[in-house]
Every structure is written in C-alpha cells, then in structure tokens.
Write a protein that binds this ligand. Structure first.
Ligand code: CGF
Length: 833
C-alpha cells in the first residue's frame, strides 16, 4: 500500500501532517486554540466545562494522531488481529486516563493553572461513559487498556447506546432510575458516516441456484437498518499504540423518512421507521447476570454482531488471502454469550455469500472464535425462543438447526448407547416454546472456552459444561483469572500511593510489570515508609469522607474503620448479609454499658451499587440499608461508634475515590456463585484488607497474599448443594443472632416491617437459597476478628503493605498475555518511537 503512493505526494503529506504537542507551552496553545475556535469561547467566558472540553479536544488530537499511525502500522504489517466483542464497555472517564497514559498530566496541570484552572475541577466535569452494568463491562474496559499498553493489534466492538446505565437516585430510601444521556459534550468519539453497514431483520429464506447450479440460501424481503460506526481511541500507557473501540449506532437505512408518506400528510408515520431503527442502539439493558429474552435485546445482539463481522471480513478481504487463512489473521473473542450470533453470522457469510462448503466454513469458524463464560448462575444463561428467532432471523435459525444436527450426529457416534446425553447437549431445548441455548452454540463454535477464576472454571467443567468436556476433551476448557489495569486502579485512582511505590522501587515500571510490586516487601519494617503508607490511607479516607458529606449530608469520622461493599446489588452477592450484620452490631452497641462502649472500634459501613430496575428483592435490600442508615446515623446514643452510608449512583469515577479509601471491603457471595469479582482486586491493590468467602478470585487472592492477610469465613462451594438440599427438606434453623436482627426489623425499628417481609421470608420461610443464615455466625465472628486486628495498627499496616506487594498476579496485562498465548495466538506489534 505504502509503495503505491508516489514519493512527492508522500513528502507533501509528511510536511503538513499534524504533530502532537510535546510540552506545557504547546499544550496551552492547543487548549486556547480549541477554546477560541472549536468552542467559540474566550478568556472572558471560559468556565470549567469549557476548559474541560478544550483540554479533552487537545488530548483527543494527540490520541488521534497516534491512532492514525497505529492503524497504518497494523495494516502495513498485516499481523493477526484480535477483535473483542462485548455488549458492554464500562469505560468511566477518559481525560485523566489519556493524560496519564500519554505521560502529559503534569504539563496539563501546569498549563491549566497558567490559564486559571485547577486540573481536578476540570477532570471532574467529565461525564462517565457508562456503557456497562458491572464487572463484565469494566473487565472489557481494563482489557482495552492492557491490549493497547502491550501493543497488541486489537479492536473492541460494541454498541453506542444513547442511554448508558441509568443514574440512580435515592428518594425516601428507594432507588429511582433516571436516564443517563451521556452523549452531550462527548469529545472522545469520531462519527464515521462513511462506514455504514446495512443490517437485515425479519423476511424469509429462499433457495436459489447460483451460477454453478448449486443451491444456495438467500435471505429476502428483510427489513433493513443501517449501522453507523463511531470510533473511540484507546491509548496505551507509555507506548505510542492507540487502538480502536468501534461502537455501532443504528439509523433508518432508507434515508431520513418516507417521502411518500410525508407528502400524503402522514408526517408521524413517516418518521416512525426512523425512530424504530434508532431504538436498536438506544438503551443498555440494565440487568447484570440476568437474561430476559426481550426481542429488542436480540435485535441489538444481531445488529452489533453483523455490523462487526461485516467490518472484520471487509478488512480481511482487502488482503486478498485465501479463506483458509482467516483464522491466522483474525481472532474473535466473545465476551459472554451476548455475541454468540457472530458464530452463526460468520457461517452464513461463508456459505451463503462467499460460497464455501459447509465443512470448510465451519472449520474456519471454530478456529476463529473463543468464548469467555462469566457466570454459573442459571438466570444469567441466555436462551432465545425458537419462534422469536424464526421471525427475526429466519436464516440463522436454519443454520443453528444444521449445526445442531451435525453436532448431535457426531455425539451419537461417540456415545452410541447414551440417549440422554443427546437431549442434554442439544442446542435446542425441548421446552414450550422451544429454546435456543446460546452457551452451547458458543462452546460448539469456539476452539477455546474459558472461565474467569480457577474455582469458576473448575465448576464449569464439573457441572454446567460437564457433558461438553466428555465430548471435546478437557483441553478445550481453560481458565484465565481476571485482573484489573494498574494504570486506572492504582496510578490514576491513588496517585499518592503510586508515587510512594515508585519512589521506593526507583520508578514507575511496576505499572507495566505489576510483579515488581514484590520488591515492596523489603520495606515492610521501614518505619518511615509505614508512616507514609498510613498517611496516604488517611488522606484517601478523608477524600471519601468529603464525597460522603457532599452526597449524603452525613459526617463520618475518618479515624473509624471504613468497611465498604460496592458492587451491583444482588442476592447472591449478599448485601443483605452485610446489612443484617450491621443491625446485629447496632443492637449489640445499644445493649452495652458505657464502659463496654469504650472498647468498641468505631465503624463506618459503606454501601453502593445499583439494582436492576425490575429486581424487586435487590431494591428491597437498598431500601433496608437506607432505612437502617436513617435510624443508626441519627441515634445520638451510638454516635461515631457506627455509621451507615449508602453512596448514590455508584459508578467508575466514584469507585476511583472509594477503592483507595477502604480499611476493609466485603466480597461475601455465597460460595460458588461469583465468577471472579474484580473489585476485590482493586481494593487490595490499594492497601485495603478484605473479608470474603471462599469464592471466585478471593481464593487466588488468598493464595497470593497469604491467608494471614485476609479474613475468610463461611461455607465452602462443595457444601452448598447439600445445605440447600437440606433446607429444601425442612432441615433449617434460623441462626439465633439473625433471629434477633429479624425481630428488630419486625418490631418496626427501621420503619414499616411489611416493606422488608419478603426479604426475611426468603430466608426463614423459603429455603434461604443464598445461605445467609448458615453463614451468619461465622460472618459476625469474623467481623469481631477484624475489629480486634484493626486495633493493632502496626500489624494492620504490615498486612496492608504485604498484600499490595503480592498482588502482581492480578494485572490485566498478565490476563491479556494469557489470552494471547493460549487462545488467540497473536503477537504484539513492534512499535518504534
Ligand atoms: O463478570 C460478572 C459480572 N457480574 O459482570 N458476570 N457476569 N455476567 C461476574 O459475576 C463477576 O464475578 C466477574 O468478575 C465479571 C467479569 O468476569
């Protein structure tokens, strides 16, 4: 490509090519230029928001220059690329991250100061890009950061929702949902009106003969919606690599509106088509770990898969390689089953459009795809009804039936005397209506399937996907334990700690090789270092105390033990266990003498997280937390000994303030239910200890940091089934301490008991599926150990430092390298300065 452009032309382009600013003065020039020309503001009317926009535009220019170069490099070297398909990318704010990743934050700080602005105020103007629900979406965002930092040729593909996850408001203790329109003032995306794809829905399938007389299927009389690309540059840290996140937006394909209808005076229905097309990418479904089978969701999934695959195939076809080389050039990772239709779409493209034979096509497909499973929760496993699929995607349903037929034939050959296995592993569930099991397609159509923590991957192999292990062998199933990016979750969220570590280790290399943190252990006994470490934690607690004051009005004492649980609200994550524990503590304090109270370790119990709008039990838990807060926080008898805080609208930018401020954080899911968890990693990386169950990545965190540095409690995964079984047959006794908690609730101590009866009944009357009562005793006694340990400040500090020093394993850089080696078979691209 390069050689085809004549040298004089190249020379002229080189001469006038845009350049990045490289110092404070150049940054200021760019900033003022954008404020005056792009934003039409001036010295006299530039507020913080305009300063933010100007700064973001200046940095965006920098990113896009490197983005262009990266894309050219990737095209010219023609190496294998990775495509990460995720319906969620929970990016948070971009400006601070961009400044740090390109290494220009200090220049920006000084430049802004020269012009009369404080960098913190400017950064604080940015709206979070909240295109995700929780862990799965945030993991995808961390992956993008690591892929760019490690110079992998990689693209993310997602949907450009007009509304991200809703904003949560707490009104009278209840969660209210408010739409989050985040696109105003978003300088980080580039609309690509030249990159559009027509996507079909509905219609029917006709068989026709091609020019060679072969019968091929063709999908006809379908409705067409247009996908428009929006590109978001993803800068790596300390590298020139800037990768691309391509988000698709939907639009009516027939132009603005139907002119015939318009001319006939039917203006409303003329724009209706356009509106219905735009609905596809309008809103992120706000469920975490729950699938509901709504048609619009299936439309979203196909729209995004088809547009992304069209793009990937178009790029491949430009190289003029043979189709058999596709898997050598392309690795596609499915983030959960949401993009499973991409497997079917790829097969359709190869057989219906490109004319390949079935087997040849299927070999290419299975070599290309990898599938990551994030959960064993049955309610999260996607199934689509056959009639729905038949109507919306008639050709895809045929292909699914064919895949199933060939697959079941092979299974039958392999297990000739086992009829049962056929119905167990069939893609089609024989229910009313019949359902398509998406996870099975994802397994059958991929060459590797991975879970996200060791326990989770083991459970997949021994329960959910056991039959498939028997069919394909164990090698198809692997584990890649999750991580977090240390750039955002240490360097950006906790700059003081990052500097202190850099000072001790002689530089910031640990940010790209987190295993270097182990050198910190040498300083555990260094008095001065400990003092600074403790000081940073106090400052971070003060910062959180200010956020709490500003958002809830409550004053908390930063000397207290900060006990934090922030994540989606879900019964399996057991915020109910936590709030019952808080009530237990409250009742205990109330019953103490003045003398006994002197020994109580003051505590602030902090909660945050959103409940899916239709998840009534989760909303009840939020309500209870807020009602308990109202009582406890206004009880002068208790004072600072206990405070309860619910932080409204928990999101990525709040997490950046919350994670560095914990003394202890809670990761207390019923054993065997949490895929991995990633906030556990963020908290420990910032020097907080954790209380947790033997679940998800808690187990590997324990292995790395040592069991003396973590507070584990509760039943083990292997005991859960038996306990549930016993409850089911009536063998259940409410824990006596929990009974007292329930009595307080029923006595209307926290408002109308009727509001919480479903919650208490789920435990004492309906089998306690999440084992709250079974774990209650060990939970509260472990909390007593936490209090005890907190009193010994020096010991606590040693635990905190040692834990951070041993967290090297949990970087997404390690995670991405594992995916690259064991699943994608891709190499990083050499980048020269
Ligand atoms: O994915 C989760 C999260 N809730 O989004 N799953 N899903 N679906 C798991 O529950 C977490 O345990 C996991 O850390 C996360 C990312 O793999």
């Amino acid at each position: 490509v390069e050689a085809s452009i004549p040298e004089p032309l190249r020379e002229a382009w080189r001469k006038y090519s845009a350049h990045e600013f490289t110092n404070k003065d150049e940054f200021e020039r760019e900033l003022v230029r954008h404020i005056e020309t792009t934003l039409a503001r001036s010295l006299y009317n530039c507020d913080d928001l305009a300063a933010y926009s100007g700064t973001a535009l200046a940095f965006r220019d920098r990113l896009i220059i490197e983005w262009n170069r990266t894309q050219q490099r990737q095209t010219f070297t023609d190496q294998k690329r990775v495509y990460y398909l995720s319906l969620e990318f929970l990016m948070g704010r971009a400006l601070d991250n961009a400044m740090l990743n390109v290494g220009m934050k200090d220049a920006a700080r000084e430049g802004l100061q020269d012009l009369g602005f404080r960098i913190e105020d400017v950064i604080g103007q940015e709206h979070d890009a909240a295109l995700g629900n929780g862990g799965l979406g945030r993991l995808a965002a961390c992956f993008l950061d690591s892929l760019a930092t490690l110079n992998y040729p990689a693209w993310g593909y997602g949907l450009r929702y007009r509304y991200g996850i809703f904003k949560q408001e707490i009104v009278n203790g209840y969660q209210m949902e408010v739409p989050d329109y985040w696109l105003d003032n978003n300088p980080w995306e580039f609309p690509r009106h030249d990159i559009t794809v027509d996507i079909q829905f509905y219609g029917h399938v006709k068989k026709k003969q091609d020019e060679n007389g072969k019968l091929v299927a063709s999908w006809v009389e379908a409705e067409v919606v247009q996908a428009v690309a929006y590109d978001v540059p993803i800068p790596g840290y300390g590298t020139k690599t800037t990768n691309n996140l391509r988000l698709w937006s939907s639009k009516a394909s027939s132009g603005e509106f139907d002119f015939q209808k318009f001319n006939a005076g039917d203006y409303e229905s003329a724009v209706a088509d356009q509106q219905s097309a735009e609905t596809i990418s309008a809103v992120l479904y706000p469920n975490d770990n729950l699938e509901r089978g709504k048609e619009l969701r299936l439309k979203q999934q196909y729209f995004w898969c088809a547009a992304s695959l069209y793009d990937i195939v178009r790029r491949f076809k430009k190289t003029k390689r043979a189709w058999s080389e596709f898997p050598d050039q392309v690795a596609i990772q499915l983030n959960d089953t949401h993009p499973t239709l991409a497997i079917i779409e790829m097969q359709r493209i190869l057989i219906d459009i490109e004319g390949l034979e079935w087997d040849e096509a299927w070999t290419i497909v299975t070599k290309t795809f990898g599938y990551t499973n994030h959960t064993v929760l049955p309610e999260a496993l996607e199934k689509w009804s056959v009639p729905l699929m038949q109507n919306l995607l008639p050709r895809h349903l045929q292909i699914i039936y064919d895949i199933n037929l060939y697959f079941l034939q092979a299974v039958e050959k392999q297990f000739p005397n086992d009829r049962e296995i056929l119905s167990r592993v069939s893609i089609i569930e024989e229910s009313h209506p019949k359902m398509v099991r998406m996870a099975y397609i994802a397994i059958i159509g991929s060459h590797k399937v991975n879970g996200v923590a060791e326990l989770h991957s083991d459970l997949l192999k021994s329960t959910l996907f056991k039959d498939f292990v028997d069919i394909y062998g164990v090698d198809r199933f692997t584990n890649v334990t999750n991580g977090v990016t240390p750039r955002r979750w240490l360097h950006q969220a906790n700059p003081a700690l990052s500097s202190l570590i850099a000072e001790k280790l002689g530089g910031h290399e640990f940010l790209t090789d987190l295993t270097l943190l182990d050198k910190l252990e040498a300083f555990v006994d260094d008095k001065d270092f400990r003092r600074q470490w403790a000081h940073i934690k106090s400052d971070n607690k003060l910062r959180l105390a200010r956020l709490i004051k500003d958002t809830t009005g409550y004053t908390v004492n930063p000397e207290s033990l900060f006990d934090i649980q922030v994540k989606r609200i879900h019964e399996y994550k057991r915020q109910q266990l936590n709030i019952f524990g808080v009530i237990h503590r409250y009742l205990k304090i109330k019953g103490m003498s003045a003398e006994e109270r002197k020994k109580v370790v003051p505590r602030v119990s902090i909660f945050g997280g959103k409940a899916a709008p239709g998840y009534w039990m989760a909303k009840t838990i939020i309500h209870l937390i807020n009602k308990v807060a109202a009582v406890v926080n206004n009880d002068s008898d208790v004072g600072d000994l206990l405070k309860v805080i619910f932080i409204e609208d928990y999101n990525v930018s709040k997490a950046e303030i919350i994670c560095p401020a914990s003394d202890i954080s809670e990761h207390i899911s019923t054993a065997g239910t949490e895929g991995s968890g990633t906030s556990n990693m963020k908290f420990v990386l910032n020097g907080g200890l954790i209380i947790g169950t033997c679940d998800g990545a808690n187990i590997e965190i324990t292995r790395e940091i040592g069991d003396q540095n973590i507070f584990l409690f509760g039943n083990l995964a292997e005991d859960v089934e038996d306990l549930r079984h016993r409850h089911f047959y009536g063998d259940f006794q409410l824990d006596p301490a929990l009974e007292k908690v329930f009595k307080a609730i029923k006595d209307n101590m926290f408002g109308d008991a009727g509001d919480f009866s479903a919650l208490t009944a789920s435990i004492e009357e309906h089998g306690d599926y999440y084992l709250v009562s079974d774990d209650f005793h060990s939970y509260v006694t472990t909390h007593e150990m936490v209090d005890e340990a907190f009193l010994n400040k020096e010991e606590w500090l040693a635990k905190s430092i040692t834990s951070v020093a041993r967290m090297g394993f949990f970087s997404t850089d390690r995670v991405i390298n594992e995916y690259a080696d064991s699943i994608w078979n891709v190499e990083p691209l050499a980048v020269k300065d």
